[in-house]
Design a binder for this molecule. Sequence first.
Ligand code: UDP
Length: 492
Amino acid sequence: MAPNTQSQQQQEKLHIFFFPFMSPGHQIPMVDLAKLISSRSVTTSILSTPLNLSRFRSSILRHNVSTSSSSINILLLHFPTTTENLDSLPSRFQSNTFTQSTTLLQPQADDLIRLHQPDAIISDINLPWTAQISRKYNIPRITFSATSFFSLCVTDSITKFKPYEFVTHDFEPFLVPGLPHTVGISRSQMPGRFFRDMGLQQFFAQIIEAERDSYGVVANTFCAIEREYVEHYRKTSGKKVWPIGPVSLCNDKVLDMVERGNKASIDMDQCLTWLDSKEPNSVIYVCFGGLCVFPESQLVEIGLGLEASDCNFIWVIREGFRVGLAIDDLEERVKGRGIIMKGWAPQILILNHPAVGGFLTHCGWNSVIEAVSFGVPVITWPLFAEQFYNERFVVAHLRIGFGIGVVDTGLEWGSEEESGVLVKRNRVKAAVQRLMGVGESVREMREQVSRLSELARSAVSEGGSSNVSLDLLIVDLLAQRKERLAKGEEIN
Ligand code: UDP
């Protein structure tokens, strides 16, 4: 090879650092994103801590063995506290301490950046301190948003215009101004209250400050479902935006689906054999993501509602939660038609199975986009953060589901006495029967979500909008790199 061609190739070899936030809904899609980018011959390095790494190491190793392009490097950071992931906190009220303790990783990250001199940082929005590193080394910092542009636009508009100041009580709906569609919300459903209850206002302010300098935003979404909001965000923020999802679709091997995010609490063959034995669209999958906390009394109501629905179900209960005496023997009572998974579920493996025809979800953005990707209609039960915005998007905009009737955020974060039961068994039963039934409105939702699923798949395929967006991101970063080289700045 001629020397100049070799050096040209070296110059064109981009190196991107990935900083995932330590929470399932943030870490999982970022690992997928790193795989997608590394498959385009870009050098990628993920910075993570030992316990977090143990959740996705095997998936990275499989990727590295199977890829013909660049491997993903793993760079270890040592977390200063014993809890390394938001989902392992003894109490949700320690969220603020946890987010602030991630700042202690900054000196280690700084050393690694100085050593490796990457061309760009893709940082989770929840790690605002990476902005300081980006400034210090003059490296573009791209924010990874674990939510939709719709939600970013709603948050931005509410922060700017403060429409909630004009209502008299927490449940009075108000319109969010300046959006492409009419969007109504109430104070009781705004993430602000959740942030306040968790003492996270300062953290929120740090995020806004860090975002001022961010080079652009990458998000796990695709144009066909929210083109107006991608454009709206681009215009109002003045930032570059790259919708590159749904990232979960990069996991086409069964093992990658099974082990996505953590080790599954059920044997893969047992899970698939059970699902294979069921009629198409006859099973409802019930899962509230990686962080939601329910009091025992609410778990009992969910369990009894599922039992009374007479439908097939898979119900995921986070590790460490007691189901309550009243449903201790539930699995025995619904033998054959219900599975209770205590611990981590292989969510996308389940959603991808033809037997699964409904999803009762808390509306975490990943769960929403996964429901869309795998063509499964939903019952929405938002709980906190921006989940009520996602519910609006799912019900009013995408029209792929309906709400179970929760109108207030934050309650499940309190003690059992404070929070109690939000949804009684009869409402669970009625919602499940409606979604799994043959009513006209549900038939339309089912058709609509199938259409969206096809659009999702075409977005990530060759020439699709997300696929092209990812190419454009790389082209952009290459141009940035060349510019820096031309200015004579040091580069690896
Ligand atoms: N997830 C999973 N198994 C579980 C619980 C969650 O695979 O038992 C995955 C799910 O597929 C999604 C992520 O964890 O990718 C949760 O993200 P989401 O935004 O839905 O909710 P969060 O946990 O952030 O509230």
